[in-house]
Design a protein around this ligand. Structure first.
Ligand code: PLP
Length: 419
């Protein structure tokens, strides 16, 4: 009797369709998804060897070569969020005992360190204060001192809203004979990521930032140098490998799921099965790339830059102070100090969400309770949203005791957009 009631009680909630309240996502990701991407995700399933589907895979490779500005053949998707791409690259590139240099300027440098350590690398760190980035010389010095085999570096670290300049670091690594891995999750599609021109050897991203897709898919690109290392470790699992296949001499990649050697066999004419490709995510990734390239990379970067400029002008006009080194801010997320009278800022964030349906970001680690992070990424990065966010923030902050000149934020943003 009791059990029936419980089941009946649960059933009512359980079988109700999900109907999330509409939100405007202006945090550091995930962000609102392009409508074309939502539509693509409702397309019918295809078999993983269906010629239509494998043709879509080839299209995805070609599209992401353009987004990454690379001729790299091995430009493909790893199933899983951005971290899956990071883990696939690092675990496939790093053999136990390899020396890996990880410059840390925020949370995601710590993540690269953690993943490289799990790959049994000998990890060397250099660190700089959150809110700053490295000079190319600092990285060059560390490379000279430690002679790493791999340098792993974040491009835009959303935790601090800083973008590490990479154009000079790639050539330094190449000259020193070190491979450069870059986490460009938060910048791809929002700021230039010039894989070939900057001599980046392996780069990974996710869909849920400036590509404006759902989290759950990681576009990656690796060049022939990296592919060679991976092929030298190739072990194809029994049951699918050809009878005469011989394993390579190099150390086996610890992870099966993230063994890029096996993934490359599926993304090649061999079409050797590994795991089932996430069909709907591939459709989503395809649609994201079409929207981004349809707008044009440069036009998209300019849109992100002007939105950030307008947002920042608005925040400053409201009497708020921006976080971090102004020379190296990302173009798609802004850190802003929380005024003291607003405590750790959580109440303001909660009311922005409840009363205006707008989400902005909190912060991690040393910045927790000190700054908010406001994202202007992908589909969400538009004038209407900047103005809505500034207007709402002004109203909510006033209710919580921080009064700024009425309309100052919106007016300042208008001025930037009008110019
Ligand atoms: C957001 C972000 C990630 C996110 O990783 P997920 O696995 O998708 O949660 C990784 N790296 C950077 C630099 C990011 O900004």
């Amino acid at each position: 009797m009791i059990m029936n009631n419980v089941i009946a009680g649960q059933a009512k909630d359980l079988f109700e369709a999900l109907e999330p309240e509409p939100r405007l996502l202006m945090g550091p990701g995930p962000v609102d998804v392009y409508p074309a991407v939502l539509r693509a995700m409702s397309l019918p399933m295809l078999g993983q060897f269906d010629p239509q589907f494998t043709d879509y895979m080839n299209q995805v490779m070609a599209l992401y070569r353009q987004i990454y500005c690379t001729a790299n053949h091995w430009t493909l998707l790893v199933n899983g969020t951005a971290r899956a791409g990071i883990e696939a690259c690092l675990s496939s590139m790093i053999s136990p005992g390899d020396r890996v240099l990880v410059p840390i300027f925020g949370r995601f440098g710590h993540l690269l360190t953690e993943i490289a350590s799990r790959c049994r690398a000998e990890v060397i760190n250099i660190e700089t204060e959150w809110g700053s980035t490295f000079e190319a010389d600092q990285v060059a010095d560390a490379i000279r001192r430690h002679q790493p085999r791999i340098v792993a570096l974040v491009h835009g670290d959303t935790s601090t809203t800083m973008a590490q300049p990479l154009a000079d670091i790639g050539p330094i690594c190449r000259e020193a004979g070190a491979l450069l891995y870059v986490d460009a999750t938060a910048t791809l599609g929002g700021m230039p990521v010039e894989v070939d021109d900057w001599c980046l050897d392996a780069v990974t991203a996710g869909l849920q930032k400036c590509l404006s897709g759902p989290p759950g898919c990681s576009p990656i690109t690796i060049n022939d140098r990296v592919a060679e290392i991976i092929n030298a470790r190739k072990h194809v699992e029994a049951g699918i490998r050809a009878q005469d296949a011989v394993n390579a001499d190099g150390a086996i990649v610890q992870s099966n799921y993230f063994d890029l050697g096996m993934l490359m066999d599926y993304w090649s004419p061999l079409r050797l099965n590994h795991h089932t490709e996430s069909t709907s995510m591939l459709y989503a990734a395809h649609a994201c790339a079409r929207v981004v390239l349809g707008e044009g990379l440069d036009a998209g970067f300019a849109r992100h830059r002007s939105a950030s400029k307008a947002l920042r002008a608005g925040l400053m006009a409201m009497g708020l102070k921006l976080f971090g080194d102004s020379r190296h801010r990302m173009d798609n997320v802004t850190g802003v100090y929380i005024p003291e009278v607003l405590g750790n800022g959580d109440a303001v964030r909660a009311h922005l969400l409840e009363d205006f349906g707008i989400e902005i970001g909190t912060s991690f680690g040393p910045l927790h309770g000190k700054i908010w992070r406001i994202g202007t990424m992908g589909y969400g990065c538009r004038k209407a949203n900047i103005l809505r966010c500034l207007g709402a923030l002004e109203a909510v902050m006033r209710r919580h005791g921080f009064a700024s000149p009425a309309g100052a934020g919106v007016d300042a943003a208008y001025t930037v957009y009008d110019a």
